[in-house]
Design a protein around this ligand. Structure first.
Ligand code: AMP
Length: 195
């Protein structure tokens, strides 16, 4: 099973990907997580990406495509994977097409978590406040102002990725504003009918 989860930051892609990982035994490949790990480890990629990520803008296509090209070759991805936060531009989507074609791999579905942007901002502001209250570290890019920049980047660059998969006939839309369990159910229903 090879899946893409689409939708803006804060839509719940990470939460749903974790559930899918458990259900299908395939890894969640989150470029955001991989980049944060690179920043933490102080690798050359991490050093390049840090300032861009802190500002809420997108890291270059070259960097993220390189990360994904390496990652999908690893043994745990042999039976499939869930892409979370990638592709985020049409360029990345086209690069992914080429990577998969070279390996004779296909995608089963691209699932879009459809959201209401103003409600999403409220959700993230709440998430940051609750994390702070519980004494957990708050992601720098969950700061409300930076979050708005991330959302703008989504609507400017990533919204065009959805039609890329619609044209291929594999786009499936799910209401991302429903409860976590309802979203999981809707994804299960979509996958029951996927190729
Ligand atoms: P995320 O955790 O998916 O919201 O990603 C956090 C940040 O990492 C984003 O705001 C971007 O700066 C960067 N990032 C993650 N994935 C990508 C991607 N596919 N293309 C460009 N930048 C990305």
């Amino acid at each position: 099973m090879r899946l893409i989860l689409l939708g803006p930051p804060g839509a719940g892609k990470g939460t749903q990907a974790a559930r899918l990982t458990e259900k299908y035994g395939i890894p969640q490949l989150s470029t955001g997580d991989m980049l944060r790990a690179a920043v933490k480890a102080g690798t050359p990629i991490g050093l390049k990406a840090k300032a861009v990520m802190d500002s809420g803008a997108l890291v270059s296509d070259e960097i993220v495509v390189g990360i994904i090209a390496d990652r999908i070759q690893e043994a745990d991805a042999r039976n499939g994977f869930i892409l979370d936060g990638f592709p985020r531009t049409v360029n990345q989507a086209e690069a992914l097409d080429a990577l998969l074609a070279a390996k004779a791999m296909n995608l089963d579905a691209a699932i879009e978590l459809v959201v209401d942007a103003p409600k999403l901002v409220a959700r993230i502001v709440n998430r940051a406040a609750e994390a702070a209250k519980a004494g957990h570290p708050v992601r720098k890019d969950d700061d409300p102002e930076v979050f708005k920049t991330r959302l703008e980047a989504y609507f400017r660059d990533t919204a065009a990725v959805t039609p890329h998969y619609r044209v291929k006939g594999i786009l499936r839309e799910v209401d991302g504003m429903a409860s976590i369990d309802e979203v999981t159910k809707a994804i299960d229903a979509v996958l029951a009918h996927a190729s």
